[in-house]
Design a protein around this ligand. Structure first.
Ligand SMILES: [Cu+2]
Length: 251
């Protein structure tokens, strides 16, 4: 079993079966381009500082109001920043963005995740595959989702706090909500990060390809307890997941 008690100098392991690899490649491209760009710019600066340092017999050259020079610089900077950042990076990342946002497989297992100051609540639909009705009026300490117990679909719903279990190699669709302020659903080993907004349900999905015990953390400063806002994230074989869910539904 892998653990994410990770202390290396680069990213934690990537256990994402779908888009994690692409996101890591994107990060590598950005890091290399900005690193080379940074070295070139700082190099030119050092060169200019040394080469054109003060000498008593030399007078500075002033280019005040040089229309041609200023226009050329403006165009160059615009082309490089706009072209590089918006169009090239935008174009490269659009496919993976689409995949994360809109291309959850039809047969994905659905769970609900409700963020609150400062905890993660998770709801599984249970054997019937249906989430029971919820009502905001019913929300309290014991019932963070406001599940309506009178609804027959709610009977087998399983709610956990601070702990998500998912089966390995199965796509999981998360219906993400927030009870109070903006939080962010972040599972580093899956490279998934999505803000949770009050009053809105946002869908994201992931698929883990390795079993292990990892973490879900909050990646949006959401109040004094923000740094304590995390949950265990366990990836396990399907049978183990099912028996865990069974156990939870009996509690
Ligand atoms: Cu938070």
């Amino acid at each position: 079993m892998k653990e994410d008690g990770y202390s290396g100098w680069w990213f934690p392991p990537n256990i994402s079966a779908n888009y994690g690899q692409t996101l890591d490649q994107g990060t590598a491209i950005i890091t290399w381009v900005t690193m080379i760009g940074g070295i070139v710019v700082i190099g030119l600066m050092l060169f200019a500082v040394i080469r054109y340092r003060y000498r008593p017999d030399r007078k500075a050259l002033y280019l005040h109001g040089n229309f041609k020079f200023e226009t050329t610089m403006l165009v160059l900077v615009t082309v490089f920043t706009l072209g590089g950042e918006f169009f090239v990076l935008g174009e490269i990342s659009e496919g993976v963005w689409d995949k994360i946002k809109y291309q959850a497989p039809e047969d994905a297992m659905e769970i609900e995740v409700l963020a609150e100051q400062f905890a993660w609540n998770i709801r599984y639909p249970g054997d019937d595959g249906q989430f029971g009705e919820t009502d905001n009026e019913l929300v309290d300490e014991e019932n963070p989702f406001g599940i309506d117990e009178d609804d027959s679909a709610a009977e087998d719903d399983v709610v956990t706090r601070g702990l998500i279990h998912v089966p390995v190699n199965v796509p999981v669709k998360v219906k993400l909500r927030s009870k109070d302020v903006i939080h962010s659903f972040f599972i580093p080993v899956l490279r998934i990060k999505q803000d949770a907004l009050p009053g809105e349900t946002i869908d994201v999905w992931f698929q883990a390809k390795e079993t292990g015990e990892y973490h879900l953390v909050c990646a949006e400063l959401c109040g004094l307890g923000h740094t304590t806002m995390k949950a265990g994230f366990v990836v396990e074989p399907l049978e183990e997941f099912q028996s865990w869910l069974e156990e939870k539904s009996e509690e």
